[in-house]
Every structure is written in C-alpha cells, then in structure tokens.
Ligand binder design. Structure first.
Ligand SMILES: Nc1ncnc2c1ncn2[C@@H]1O[C@H](COP(=O)(O)OP(=O)(O)OP(=O)(O)O)[C@@H](O)[C@H]1O
Ligand SMILES: [Mg+2]
Length: 241
C-alpha cells in the first residue's frame, strides 16, 4: 500500500482511494488493481502511466464509479461510495465527474450542441434553452463557436475530441477522468488538449486525472503516477522519466 503525506495548506481531496483492490474470479482469477491508495486535490493535473494491461483503465472505472472495488474504498469529497445504491452513484457520476475517452463516443446523429447538452438534460437542472446556451458557450470556449450545429461525423478528430471535452464539462464537474484522450490525435491537436487540461486545472480548479501513453501529456502534468506490470501500484508525486 502507498500513502501520501499532506502538506500544510493543501485543499481537501476531491477524490481519494484507500487500499483499493479489484479482483476478478470469473472466468479465471485476475488481480486487476492492487492495493492502490491515492489522493487527488482540486487544481491538480495528474498523469497516470504504465504498460498496456497493467490496470490503468480498470483503475479509472473504479474512480469513475463504473465499477466497485473488491476491497478498499473510493471517496468523493470525503464521502465513501462503495456501499451506495446505484441511483446515488449515478447521480455522483453525473454531477461530480466528466469522462473523456480515446474514442469520443459522441452520438453521430446529434449536432455538437445537442451532444454537449445531453448530460445537462439528463441531470435536469437547466431548462432546454439554458442547456443549449451553456452548450454553445462551452463549445465556443473550446474554439468551436462555428461548429455547434455540425454533426461530429462531419468533423476532424481534433474537433470531435474538443466536443467530447465540452460534453465532459457539461455539468461543471470537479473531476475529469480521461483515458488516453489524445490517443487518436496529431501533435497539434494534442497540444490543444494539453493546454485545455492545464487551464481547467490551474484556472478553474478542477482535478484532471489522465491515463496516457503520450510523453508530452505526461510532461505537461503536475504529477505523474506510474503503474507497474506484475507489481503493486507505485506512485511518486513528481516522478521523472
Ligand atoms: N472484464 C475482464 N475480465 C478479465 N480480465 C480483464 C477484464 N478487464 C480487464 N482485464 C485484464 O485486466 C488487466 C488490466 O486491464 P486494463 O484494461 O485495466 O489495462 P490498461 O492498463 O488500461 O491497458 P491499456 O494501456 O492497453 O489500455 C489486463 O491484463 C486485462 O486483460
Ligand atoms: Mg486502458
């Protein structure tokens, strides 16, 4: 197990993992995530690195309440989540988290604006008109002002990924969970995503947690956590590599 010594003045964690284990027994025993203890604070851009198959995506699913740990606890702003009902967990996901994946998972039949408005409509706090306005503002901020009426299947990869970021921000989440978000992008678009993550962390105080194989993304993060194959999880606040 690993831990972290808090520094005086550190803001309280938005997300914390305490000795989290994920073991599968079916079809055959597999230890996907082993004894992970980590703390994530607002305003921090964290990169998670490690070889293929070491458990990075499995760890993100646990952080994102898309899966439950076999042992240990995932806490959101100090609140334990393992034994919460599905409805409560879904609401936490919708209000506290934004997800960005390598493949954008936008709905091709909807415009960019409608894709971004969708999580707002699911949450139901805004009227349809307010949701549309907020969606357009988010797209505007990501440099897509002219494309809000366009469908994602008529956009470039970089544009689509920026729509996906806007959608992840729809409900103003404190935490962004990203799984290889630049995996499909060229260096120019990767640089745009990196700059946006830094802004979202440093100017807006969000916790950005980004699984990546991209050295540039890792370099740009405030801290790097490295998962090792066939080993327990290890981390270092500022591991250089
Ligand atoms: N549902 C499952 N059943 C059995 N094994 C699984 C399951 N999901 C993942 N695994 C195994 O667990 C390990 C961790 O998988 P995971 O997808 O978390 O790796 P990863 O670090 O994200 O890899 P990559 O960098 O290739 O995306 C792998 O060895 C994988 O084969
Ligand atoms: Mg993965």
């Amino acid at each position: 197990m690993t831990g972290e010594t808090p520094h005086p003045g550190d803001p309280p964690p938005v997300l914390e993992l305490r000795s989290v284990d994920k073991v599968l027994v079916d079809p055959e025993p597999a230890h996907l995530v082993r004894e992970v203890s980590l703390v994530f604070r607002p305003g921090e851009f964290t990169a998670i690195l490690g070889p293929s198959g070491c458990g990075k995506s499995s760890l993100l699913y646990l952080m994102g309440l898309l899966d439950r740990p076999t042992r240990g606890e995932v806490l959101f702003a100090g609140e334990a989540t393992r034994d919460l009902g599905e409805g409560h967990r879904t609401r936490l996901r919708l209000t506290r988290l934004g997800f960005i994946f390598q493949f954008h998972f936008l709905l091709p039949e909807l415009t960019a604006e409608a894709n971004v408005a969708l999580p707002m409509e699911r949450l139901g706090r805004l009227t349809r008109r307010e949701a549309s306005t907020r969606a357009r503002n988010l797209l505007d901020r990501l440099g897509l002002a002219g494309l809000s009426g366009r469908r994602p299947d008529r956009m470039s990869g970089g544009q689509r990924q920026r729509v996906a970021i806007a959608r992840a921000l729809a409900n103003d989440p404190a935490i962004l969970l990203c799984d290889e978000p630049t995996g499909n992008l060229d260096t120019t678009n990767t640089a745009v995503v990196i700059a946006e993550f830094q802004r979202l962390a440093h100017e807006e105080g969000r916790a950005i947690i980004c699984v990546t194989h991209d050295a540039g993304v890792a370099e740009a993060a405030d801290r790097r956590i490295r998962m090792l194959e066939h080993d327990s999880f290890r981390w270092n606040r500022n591991l250089s590599f």
